[in-house]
Design a protein around this ligand. Sequence first.
Ligand code: BYC
Length: 307
Amino acid sequence: MNTVDVIADFTHKIENDLNIEPKDQMPEKYRLHLIRQISQHAHSEVIGMQPEGNWITRAPSLRAKQILLAKIQDEGGHGLYLYSAAETLGISREEMLEQLHSGKAKYSNIFNYPALTWADIGAIGWLVDGAAIVNQVSLQRTSYGPYARAMVRICKEESFHQRQGYEIMANMMKGTEAQKAMAQDAMNRWWWPSLMMFGPHDSDSPHAGDAFAWKIKRKSNDELRQKFIDKTVQQAEVIGLTVPDPELKWNEAKEGYDHGEINWEEFKRVINGNGPCNKQRMTHHIQMHQEGAWVREAAAAYAKQQS
Ligand code: BYC
């Protein structure tokens, strides 16, 4: 196909809501846009295992420990589906990891905050996975087939994660005064960074134009953030938690909450490598990657022997 035919075929598929598949020809900018987003999404899943992994040995019961272990394993699995989806676009796992380690590729702002107490594990499941689901449900209809299909499976698992987090928070809110205070403290620390997960306001989102034109994004950063706020405020009220935003107010006309301004300076600082845990997260990932070299070598040697 010549370039004109490639563009015509691609445009026809996008306009008719047909998925783009790995063997289809696609504009180079579309391919690079997807590699950026999918690899960053994969990195987020894998780096996200660190704050939770910190609590496996200190979970308050065997049941809680089993659930947390299963959840963290799921996150590793999500990373694998997403790395595989990105590989279909012609980038290797090694290249993606190099981009992560060099700081070229980002990962979600949220995983640069510490998990200080057991209530933080509740807040991560409820708020962080809750925010991730809102975003990922909409990505189930993204235009690139392997990414869309990965999202379907990931969303099913994320809803279990969100509920386990909410259960932790609900139980703590039925407990002693100290437990209630611990839950509220976690809510206070995780609320605003969770809102930042949806990315900058639409007016400041440089990738939004292409993302909408190519149906990579189906809903904007602000639309998804609003959806998350509206459903989460009600969940907080049910268990007696206070949302740490004095400007939060129901707006009858828009049938949604108005909220206070997000600290975008903090967001920029964190995504550019200067949040509370960025260095710790990356040092840990690089060290584990180096220590795991023998596993990759053994797997490659076995695969070669089999073929
Ligand atoms: N954090 O033009 P924009 C999980 C960057 S893991 C860091 O709006 P876009 C879980 C953005 O990359 C779930 N950076 O970009 C795992 C861009 O910079 P670059 C993770 C952010 O792509 C374990 C710049 O800001 N979910 O659930 O149109 C345990 C301008 O932004 C962030 C995903 O990754 C951020 N929050 O929209 C528990 C979802 N936001 O790349 C839970 C998939 C923005 O030019 N990704 N930036 O250097 C997306 O949906 C979109 O990429 C975003 C951003 C909505 C995040």
